[in-house]
Design a protein around this ligand. Structure first.
Ligand code: ATP
Ligand code: MG
Length: 402
């Protein structure tokens, strides 16, 4: 990480004024009180000091708004909202590393988190480093225990029409907040799956005991992954289907063999079935180079609760509203059950909503007490919100108070 770089060019901004409505609402929120970026995309150095309320970043196209949200999206496990290679994030022309550091308020108290990347030497694998209160963590999965972050971006407009992996990742991110071990289970499952695929593909006579051991790990972890997803569905599904006026309800279901087995019998039985399926599929999986059965193939199915229409057949605006409904239902449910309000990153969401929906969204988020980060090119859309939000203008990689 390049955290120690001279930050003399950092823009330091203060906005300590906490709007009355925000101050009086839920204090058990995840909120960033300081964000520092180093060599991150268009920023060589940026520092923002913030209160707990909503944040609005406005400015022209290419100013650097989404880059700030991307930095925050790297505070949970995964590849963030753009999913680039780690080296692509580094500011063009810099030494090749980058860092994001935050002071955050969380329901379990303040925490200092850092994540970053230094170019590996001698062909080693790219890996992002995570620090918690100054200590380097074993891996990035620890972030799921520290932060809850959700986002909606213009790229997600195709979520319902595109392939299953984006929907699955979206749903798994919802699970992280409720079950921080979920990220670790998925990576353990995927590591075993990759190794099994490699053995089946590359070795004429793979070691049967080693294959069985890998399949055992896949069975245990895979069923735990599916069970955690089903549990989330039970928690958030009903609130999502009810919707939050004027946003429509979004009916959620999961389509996958493991989820079906779990729904129809005990977990141990489902584990045995999955283990047997993997053993039986070895030849086919070796030939196709893919693992035909498992939680990595599960799909999230969404229907518009009022019309019954499948989400992928809904209009662009309806699809956006469904996504907002799911994210709001999850945040509201977490707040109600655990008293913990996630950090929300809404990239260009306001521009796609009519006035009534926009104001309803602002009202829901203020009532919820979420530190929501909005971006947009048009400052005027946030007029009604100005007294409640921390307004910043972004221009050519510089951030200033409005
Ligand atoms: N690694 C990098 N180094 C330097 N600049 C970069 C890097 N990656 C992206 N940029 C630049 O950062 C700038 C800001 O991008 P960003 O996506 O944050 O803009 P934006 O304000 O969200 O714009 P829009 O309103 O069009 O969405 C872009 O001009 C982009 O080319
Ligand atoms: Mg943008």
């Amino acid at each position: 990480m390049c955290e120690d770089k001279d930050l003399s060019r950092i823009a330091s901004l203060r906005n300590d004024e906490v709007p009355e409505r925000v101050r009086s609402e839920s204090p058990r929120r995840y909120a960033i009180s300081r964000l520092t970026l180093t060599d991150f995309r268009c920023y060589d150095g940026l520092r923002l000091d913030l209160g707990p309320g909503p944040v609005v970043l406005t400015g022209p196209n290419g100013a650097g708004k989404t880059n700030i949200l991307e930095a925050l999206s790297l505070l949970i496990p995964g590849r963030g909202l753009r999913r680039p290679k780690l080296s692509e994030i580094s500011k063009i022309g810099s030494a090749g590393g980058w860092a994001v550091a935050v002071d955050a308020e969380t329901p379990s108290g303040p925490v200092r988190l850092g994540t970053g990347f230094s170019p590996p030497e001698g062909g080693a694998r790219e890996r992002r480093v995570v620090r918690v209160d100054g200590q380097t963590a074993a891996n990035q999965n620890v972030l799921a225990e520290m932060m809850n972050v959700y986002w909606l971006t213009p790229q997600m407009d195709g979520l319902f029409a595109d392939g299953t992996s984006g929907r699955r990742r979206f749903f798994d991110r919802l699970v992280y907040a409720w079950d921080p071990a979920h990220a670790g289970r998925i990576s353990a499952y995927e590591t075993a799956m990759r190794e099994r695929s490699r053995l089946l593909r590359d070795e004429a006579h793979p070691d049967a005991a080693w294959l069985s051991a890998l399949e055992d790990t896949m069975a245990k972890r895979g069923i735990a992954v599916a069970a955690a997803r089903l549990e989330l569905l039970g928690r958030v599904g009903p609130a999502s289907a009810r919707g939050l006026s004027p946003f429509p309800g979004a009916e959620l279901s999961l389509a996958g063999d493991l989820e079906n087995w779990l729904a129809s019998g005990p977990a141990l039985e489902a584990e045995d079935r999955f283990r047997a399926a993997l053993a039986g599929d070895r030849r086919r999986d070796g030939e196709t180079g893919r693992t035909g059965c498992g939680p990595h193939r599960t799909d999230l199915i969404v229907h518009h609760a009022d019309t019954g229409q499948a989400a992928e057949l809904c209009s662009t605006g309806e699809q956006k509203a469904l996504l907002i409904a799911i994210v709001l239902a999850n945040a509201t449910q977490r707040s109600a059950e655990r008293g913990a309000v996630p950090l929300l990153l809404l990239d260009e969401v306001a521009a796609h909503l009519d006035g009534e929906r926009r104001e309803a969204l602002f009202d829901h988020l203020i009532t919820l007490g979420a530190q929501t980060w909005f971006t947009g090119t048009d400052e005027n859309l946030y007029q009604a919100f100005k007294s409640d939000a921390q307004m910043f203008r972004v221009m050519d990689g510089q951030v200033s108070d409005v």
